[in-house]
Write a protein that binds this ligand. Structure first.
Ligand code: ADP
Length: 420
């Protein structure tokens, strides 16, 4: 077994996003939810993504967890290491992107890496070190109001500069346009002059491909999932492996679709799926008023899923969500719905349901934890950034985990079509 890429992602759905990019390119990939306590089965595996939840925690803790992940990856002797963060560079002046990069470089004994969040397919581009979202500066894109990581400065040279130990350089678009050799030369000049980090401009996938080729000799690379789009060519991987990269074992039975996301796209997706599959509205006001309501939901699900794939959703319009949040408080409202969906998922899994589609980033994280899923083989892509996965273990589960606004309106149907 050779692990070509050992990746660390700073959040759960970000890890799946990168995993999906890697599989699309032809890496046989698994996602580990946290640093594993037991050795996963790595036979056949070419890329590993360790999903952490370090984006918004204290920098010291983020560094500690990231180093533990890197130690684990190093024990498998990966050929290259990849720190993955969001394509909107979600962080604060304290971190955690910069402190984690510094710590990873130190542990690897390396003196230079790049920071390349560009993801043109989702409208994230970097020009003169400035990050744009669909042509709008990051600081005017809505990200300036993010509750946890407000991005008020679009200049990534400055942003990263405030987070790391020494100066940050820029590989500007003219150099990237000039191709692989020019990009490599720029890296070499930085290494010679003691620059440890380079923000790299990129507007298109062609730029990312050239950057991907240019980073071949770097032990550590950092960026969004877009940076991965040409990495496979850097390694000597048999072409025959490529075809089977997204193969997953077939699992029997109907699918349980559980939705705790109230994002605009999910609401549209749920509205469509309701017309097609038996569905149950897990109304939070009923959950509050009637302690038996959850048992009713479970009973309904267990009965229906023997005949057809089913949808259970708490997905509601903003006014309805607000009413519940005003009544219980934001956190308690989330907890009530999440714990109910977890109970339903556990009851269904205990009854033998093997396939789940879960909508909602937080919802996915909590259900996957409740189902004790720690290792997931990444399979075919349902929508950009959302693959089917199958867990490792005695009773494998197929899981499709979708955060908020991912996927097109017929996402549920597409997901079910792919897993038939
Ligand atoms: P997304 O990826 O769309 O942001 P998440 O699962 O991350 O979805 O977050 C949605 C949050 O809203 C969860 O904590 C969930 O429990 C909560 N929630 C879901 N439905 C409702 C509802 N009807 N009322 C109040 N909160 C809800």
């Amino acid at each position: 077994m050779t692990i070509y890429l050992g990746c660390i992602a700073d959040d759960f759905t970000g890890a799946t996003d990168l995993g999906s990019f890697l599989v699309t390119q032809g890496f046989r990939t698994i996602q580990l939810n946290g640093v594993p306590k037991q050795e996963p089965d790595l036979s056949e595996i070419e890329a590993v993504v360790i999903a952490l939840k370090t984006r918004t925690i204290a920098p010291k803790v983020a560094v500690k967890q990231s180093l533990a992940a890197l130690e684990k990856l190093k024990s498998w002797d990966c050929q290259q290491y990849y720190f993955k963060y969001c394509s909107t560079f979600d962080s604060t002046d304290n971190g955690n992107i910069g402190p984690v990069i510094d710590a990873l470089l130190d542990l690897l004994g390396e003196v230079f890496t790049i920071a390349c969040p560009a993801l043109p397919v989702n409208g994230r581009t970097v020009y003169q070190g400035h990050l744009f979202v669909n042509g709008v500066l990051l600081s005017e894109s809505g990200m300036q109001d993010h509750p946890l990581t407000p991005m008020t400065d679009p200049n990534l040279v400055r942003v990263l500069g405030r987070q790391v130990r020494s100066g940050v350089g820029l590989v500007p678009l003219e150099t990237v346009e000039a191709g692989v050799h020019a990009i490599r030369n720029a890296f070499q000049v930085m290494v010679i002059t003691g620059v440890r980090y380079a923000i790299v401009d990129a507007l298109t996938d062609r730029h990312l491909k050239d950057i991907g080729t240019a980073v071949k000799t770097l032990k550590l690379i950092t960026g969004g999932s877009g940076l991965s789009i040409n990495l496979r060519n850097n390694f000597d991987i048999p072409d025959a492996h490529k075809k089977s990269a997204d193969h997953l074992p077939k699992l029997p039975g109907n699918v349980a679709m559980l939705s705790g996301s109230c994002s605009t796209m999910t609401r549209e997706q749920v509205a469509r799926a309701k017309d097609k599959y038996p569905s149950f509205y897990l109304d939070p006001s009923h959950l509050i008023e009637n302690p038996q309501f959850i048992d009713k939901a479970i009973q309904w699900a267990l009965e229906k899923v023997t005949q057809d794939s089913v949808l259970i959703y708490s997905t509601s319009a903003p006014e309805k969500v607000k009413t519940i949040q005003d009544q219980l408080g934001l956190e308690k409202a989330g907890e009530l719905v999440e714990s109910s969906l977890k109970k339903i998922a556990k009851a269904l899994a205990a009854a033998g349901v093997r396939k789940f589609v879960i909508a909602g980033g937080e919802t996915s994280g909590s259900i996957v934890k409740a189902l004790n899923v720690t290792v997931m083989r990444i399979g075919p892509e349902i929508a950009p950034g959302v693959p089917w996965t199958v867990s490792q273990g005695q009773e494998p589960l197929a899981l499709a985990l979708k955060s908020g606004n991912f996927g097109s309106p017929d996402f549920f149907e597409q997901a079910l079509e792919l897993i038939k």
